[in-house]
Design a protein around this ligand. Structure first.
Ligand SMILES: NC(=O)c1ccc[n+]([C@@H]2O[C@H](COP(=O)([O-])OP(=O)(O)OC[C@H]3O[C@@H](n4cnc5c(N)ncnc54)[C@H](OP(=O)(O)O)[C@@H]3O)[C@@H](O)[C@H]2O)c1
Length: 313
């Protein structure tokens, strides 16, 4: 089968198409095979490929196959999911530690990663959802604040940020979105109460404080801005980062946490059903063939993509 390997740490050019033996039914107990149709490109893929996470990955080193999110067709039956079911999910790539990601034609998946793709939803849309939506959902769950509490979401125009805006609004929070001015109307439609345009952090904090003078109860940092956002928070507030990078030190009794998402098939099914019913919005920016993964990484690295970049397999 075709996979895209990272042949050594480096720029997008280290992504190369390779052939690997296709997994066989039952070759890893408890795992089922999924023939992939789409996989998503994440910021973490770029950091892993460049070597930025090399120390953190321990013995896992190139050549390996990147990729968290996937959508495809089950080749083996899983509990409640017959062979042939269209499924989506994400590989917990770092904790799995096998280097067998979703930039591949066939993967082995744990049944608890998998949710059925609703009828009528295409594979590329489904692949844009799992990790981003679950990160956002689990981050919002962590907040555990009284309804109506004001929450600042940075990077609200990004994929995780958009889901976070929608999950936080659905949880009854007052959402202040930090994003580019040109997505104001879209984010207000998704449930934000106010948009603070991105810019100099001191200016951003002043605008947040102008809207919520007592300071927000929580920051959900999907742009990884870190410490410069702390002055927007009230004493004893909560700071949840989408990643372990750029975590601020704890000050003024502010609780600081990094989200470590876990697969949750039941929740993912609800989210995918919500997307199918148009109650929840996801966005894909580009759909690129698997063989052009390097180009997909170049675009992701350049930033300013209005949605997930998806590899078509
Ligand atoms: N813990 C996990 O497993 C996990 C899983 C998924 C994602 N994440 C992390 O979550 C973060 C967001 O992921 P994503 O997929 O949503 O990435 P994304 O689509 O690139 O979103 C990031 C957004 O933040 C914006 N941004 C950057 N700097 C900003 C600033 N100073 N002020 C306001 N907005 C700013 C970006 O805009 P421009 O592109 O225009 O600069 C972009 O819209 C990433 O760091 C990612 O690694 C973590």
């Amino acid at each position: 089968m075709r996979v895209v390997e990272v042949i050594s740490y480096g720029g997008p050019e280290v992504l190369r198409i390779a052939n690997r033996p296709e997994p066989e039914a039952g070759d890893v107990p408890g795992r089922v095979r999924v023939r992939l149709k789409a996989a998503a490109v994440h910021q973490a893929d770029l950091r892993i490929r460049s070597g930025q996470w090399a120390a953190f990955l321990g013995e896992l080193a190139p050549p390996f196959v990147l990729g968290f999110d996937f959508a495809g067709v089950l080749l083996d039956a899983a509990p409640g999911l017959p062979e042939g079911t269209r499924v989506a999910g994400f590989i917990p790539w770092v904790s799995e530690g096998t280097g067998e990601g979703s930039y591949a034609e066939v993967i082995r998946a744990a049944p608890e990663w998998l949710a059925p793709i609703p009828d009528g939803m295409d594979f590329t849309t489904a692949a844009s959802v799992p990790l981003s939506a679950l990160v956002a959902d689990q981050a919002v769950d962590l907040l555990d604040l009284p309804e109506g509490s004001p929450v600042l979401i940075s990077g609200a125009g990004g994929v995780v940020g958009r889901f976070a805006v929608q999950h936080a609004a659905a949880a009854g929070y007052r959402v202040v979105a930090l994003a580019d001015e040109d997505v104001r109307h879209e984010l207000l439609r998704l449930g934000a109460e106010e948009l603070v345009p991105r810019g100099d952090p001191a200016d951003v904090v002043a605008k947040v404080r102008a809207h919520v003078p007592e300071g927000v109860a929580a920051v959900l940092d999907a742009a990884l801005i870190g410490a410069p956002l702390l002055p927007a928070l009230r004493d004893g507030g909560t700071f949840v980062s989408a990643s372990g990078e750029r975590l601020p030190d704890r000050v003024r009794d502010i609780d600081v946490t990094a989200i470590r998402p876990r697969p949750d098939a039941a929740r993912l099914k609800t989210i995918l059903d919500g997307v199918a019913a148009r109650e929840l919005m996801t966005r894909t920016a580009d759909i690129v063939p698997l063989a052009s993964a390097a180009e997909a990484h170049r675009r992701a690295e350049a930033g300013h993509r209005p949605g997930r970049i998806v590899l078509l397999i």
